[in-house]
Design a protein around this ligand. Structure first.
Ligand code: FES
Ligand code: FES
Length: 160
C-alpha cells in the first residue's frame, strides 16, 4: 500500500508515494531518478549502494524507504559538482583512485562518514571504515591514499 514518505534528500525536501517496505536504493534510482547509488550485490555485501542517512553510511539495498522518513539522506549527487567537487572527489580524481568507478559512489560516502567523525584517521582506520566496500578493479591502495589526502586538505581548510 503506497504511503507518502517525506525526508530530506541532498539538502532539499523530498516526498515519495511508495510502500514503506520499498528499498531505498530502488526509490532513489527509480522515482527519484538518482543513479549515483549503484546496485551491486543487492545483499548488503559490497557497498556500491551506500548513501548517508543522518550522516551515517548505510547500504541502500538493505534499507527500507520507511526507515528514512524524516531523515537527511545524502547521495553522491549531493556531495559535490564537477565545477565544485568535494575534497574527497578532488583527491580521488587527482590520484586516479578508480578504474571503472562502479564502487566509487559508495566509497566516497563511506569515506565522508569516516572523516566527519574522525578528521585525522590512520591508514588502518581508513581501511577498516571502508572494509565493507568491494572494488573489483583492485584500486584499494589508491583509495586509501586519496582519503588520506582529502583528510589532510580538510584539516588544513578547517585550521586556515
Ligand atoms: S548493492 Fe548494496 S551492498 Fe551491494
Ligand atoms: S574502480 Fe571498478 S569497482 Fe572499484
Amino acid at each position: 500500500m503506497p504511503q507518502s514518505i517525506e525526508f530530506t534528500l541532498n539538502g532539499r525536501p523530498a516526498r515519495v508515494e511508495v510502500a514503506e517496505t520499498e528499498l531505498l536504493l530502488d526509490v532513489l534510482r527509480g522515482p527519484l531518478g538518482l543513479s549515483g547509488a549503484r546496485f551491486g550485490c543487492g545483499a548488503g555485501q559490497c557497498g556500491a549502494c551506500a548513501v548517508l542517512v543522518d550522516g551515517a553510511s548505510v547500504f541502500a539495498c538493505a534499507t527500507e524507504i520507511g526507515a528514512v522518513a524524516g531523515c537527511a539522506v545524502t547521495t553522491v549527487e549531493g556531495l559535490g559538482t564537477p565545477q565544485a567537487p568535494h575534497p574527497l572527489q578532488a583527491a580521488f580524481l587527482e590520484l586516479q583512485a578508480g578504474q571503472c568507478g562502479y564502487c566509487l559512489s559508495g566509497i566516497l560516502l563511506g569515506a565522508k562518514a569516516l572523516l566527519d567523525a574522525n578528521p585525522d584517521p590512520t591508514r588502518a582506520e581508513i581501511a577498516q571504515a571502508l572494509d565493507g566496500h568491494l572494488c573489483r578493479c583492485g584500486v584499494h591502495n589508491r583509495v586509501l591514499d586519496a582519503v588520506a589526502l582529502a583528510a589532510r586538505r580538510l584539516r588544513e581548510e578547517a585550521s586556515a
